[in-house]
Design a protein around this ligand. Structure first.
Ligand SMILES: C[S@@+](CC[C@H](N)C(=O)[O-])C[C@H]1O[C@@H](n2cnc3c(N)ncnc32)[C@H](O)[C@@H]1O
Length: 231
């Protein structure tokens, strides 16, 4: 079955290459959220092409990825792809991972609660679930929802507001954007605790590739937000 990211592996990576400063800002957030991973066992749900993982030591990182186009590149970049498929269909061992993370993947999953519940079981006591995403309520979220509703970014509503190289419309359109509050509520309902939040891309989208941003605490301003919760 064709997956959402099949056929987009090249344009996905290319988008980050063209938006190099945005990528660096997100990478800083990614590294800050993961913390020291040496000796730890990690699972990247929706590891994609392993672009972020290629910038860290990926030796302890397993991946799940439905798109074989993306996953094959991730394997070349050192991620141990344990399943080509959806997290919904994966069987995970109990109490096994120090960290399970979703870098941008929750935004393509409609029903997040059973998926996070599955991860909760698979995380070791004291381990972490880390969710990094474009919040639905952010300027980026609005831009993707509007582009998706209009079926184009090339519309008078968006004129002179867009970044030079926007995220591929087809990928914005196939997203299921969640608010940070929605995800936090779901995690609390499942019993996750000790929350920490970091954010980046606090500038409006048309300016975010001008310079690399420093990670800030909180989740209410960023176009890319990390929610960290403990089991
Ligand atoms: C925005 S990309 C992020 C890729 C990668 N984590 C990164 O940061 O570059 C979202 C990824 O989630 C994957 N994905 C979508 N739905 C999924 C699901 N139900 N289970 C697992 N992965 C999924 C997509 O195939 C895609 O690779």
């Amino acid at each position: 079955m064709k997956q959402k990211f099949d056929g987009y592996a090249a344009s996905y990576d290319e988008w980050f290459m063209k938006n190099d400063k945005l990528f660096e800002s997100e990478l800083k957030l990614f590294k800050k959220a993961l913390g020291d991973i040496s000796g730890k066992k990690l699972l990247s749900v929706g590891c994609g092409s392993g672009l972020f993982e290629s910038n860290i030591d990926a030796s302890g990182i397993e991946g799940i990825e439905p798109s074989s186009d993306m996953g094959k590149i991730a394997e070349k970049r050192g991620v141990n792809v344990i399943k080509y498929g959806l997290i919904e269909d994966a069987e995970l061992p109990d109490n096994s991972y120090d960290i399970i993370y979703f870098n941008g993947s929750s935004s393509y999953i409609k029903d997040i609660k059973p998926v996070y519940e599955k991860c909760l079981k698979a995380i070791k006591p004291g381990g972490k679930l880390i969710l990094l995403d474009v919040p639905k309520e952010s300027a980026f979220g609005f831009m993707y929802l509007l582009g998706s509703a209009l079926k184009t970014y090339d519309h008078e509503y968006l004129r002179n507001t867009m970044p030079e190289c926007p995220y591929p419309l087809a990928l914005a359109d196939s997203g299921v954007w969640h608010t940070s509050e929605d995800k936090i509520r779901v995690l609390k309902e499942l019993g996750f605790k000790s929350f920490t939040f970091y954010q980046t891309l606090v500038k409006n989208p048309m300016y975010t590739n001008e310079e690399v941003e420093e990670v800030q605490e909180g989740y209410k301003s960023g176009g890319y937000v990390a929610i960290i919760a403990e089991k």
